[in-house]
Design a protein around this ligand. Sequence first.
Ligand SMILES: [Cu+2]
Length: 64
Amino acid sequence: MDCAACAAAVEGKLKSVAGVQTVRVSFEQKGAEVNYNPAVASPEQFRKAIEEAGYRAVIDNKGA
Ligand SMILES: [Cu+2]
């Protein structure tokens, strides 16, 4: 992920996952912050969504 267009693509994909409330993607930090309903969504789904968008993702549960 290396430009704002990539960040927007990843953000759109993450927002399409059921249970996701807010998404903030930063290409400078090469990361995304996702607030979600843990009863509905899981980090594994986020990883899949990002890979569908054509990027690689590493799950970091630092907010959990
Ligand atoms: Cu790009």
